[in-house]
Write a protein that binds this ligand. Structure first.
Ligand code: SF4
Length: 272
């Protein structure tokens, strides 16, 4: 199973994070924009969260942490105008203003200071978790995005983790990778299954959960790990079946697999 998941994950390209190219460019150029997207990736589809920094930039005219820290009413107006960047504008505003204040005062306005000293994956996850509004899921996701999509050098990726949300939880449970759906047990299972880099399981498992392993009627016949999944309704019955099934199923699935981490426009909330 783990080999199948990793094989699928390595075949995925590092794709776009935001739905629009403008928002994507902002995320790539402005690490504070990326922090805002991570903060807001809760309770809404990931596409909406990763588009939000661009919307805020357009409405505020800037994404300056110092100015945002001192202008909570302005941030709230930008968060409350329709279309709203987040369904809970007041909570989102609180997270944003507190993060802006912390970045401004403790990081000299530069979010990159969080990882400039090449921290271990675990240390960086802890730094993200110190922000109001960021828990295990968002912090682990941030580490994986930085390492995978931004090629930020980090030490000891053995300390990375899966970002446990509804999709990751469902796939771990349904495939038997974890016997319990608690965050701690799933994180522990991932560490045991892929000790060199547990976080590498995150993107492919999340993608499988949101695309094929849906809550009802999982699409096992087209799932890219169907050939290895013990819960697959298309699970091969014999070694001959496996040989016959594996290559075409995997190739076909790759052709259908979206390359972006977000962007398929479905129910992609990364809520725990
Ligand atoms: S084969 Fe079916 S049960 Fe297994 S992960 Fe894929 S969709 Fe889920």
């Amino acid at each position: 199973m783990v080999a199948a998941i990793l094989e699928f994950g390595r075949a995925l390209e590092s794709g776009r994070l935001a739905p629009s190219q403008t928002a994507e460019t902002l995320l790539r150029r402005n690490p504070f924009a990326l922090l805002l997207a991570i903060l807001l990736d809760q309770g809404v589809p990931a596409e909406r969260a990763f588009q939000a920094p661009q919307t805020l930039h357009e409405r505020l005219g800037h994404l300056d942490p110092a100015r945002m820290a001192g202008d909570e009413p302005g941030v709230l107006r930008a968060m409350s105008a329709r279309p709203m960047p987040h369904r809970f504008p007041a909570v989102g505003t609180r997270w944003i203003v507190r993060a802006a204040s912390r970045v401004s005062e403790e990081l000299d306005g530069d979010v990159r200071r969080l990882w400039a000293d090449r921290p271990t994956a675990r240390a960086l996850q802890a730094r993200f978790e110190a922000f109001d509004g960021i828990g295990q899921k968002k912090a682990a996701m941030a580490v994986e995005i930085l390492a995978r999509d931004f090629a930020v050098p980090l030490d000891e990726m053995s300390g990375s983790d899966v970002a446990v949300d509804v999709h990751v939880r469902r796939v771990f449970m349904r495939t038997g990778l974890s016997a319990s759906d608690s965050i701690d047990d799933i994180v522990r299972a991932a560490r045991e299954l892929h000790p060199l880099r547990p976080g590498e399981l995150d993107v492919p498992v999340w993608m499988i959960g949101r695309t094929w392993c849906r809550p009802r009627s999982p699409k096992c016949s087209s799932c890219p790990i169907s050939w290895a999944c013990p819960s697959s309704t298309s699970y091969p019955q014999s070694a001959e079946d496996l040989v016959a099934l594996r290559a075409p199923a995997t190739l076909a699935a790759r052709k259908r697999a979206p390359v972006a981490r977000v962007g398929a426009g479905k129910d992609v909330s990364r809520n725990p």
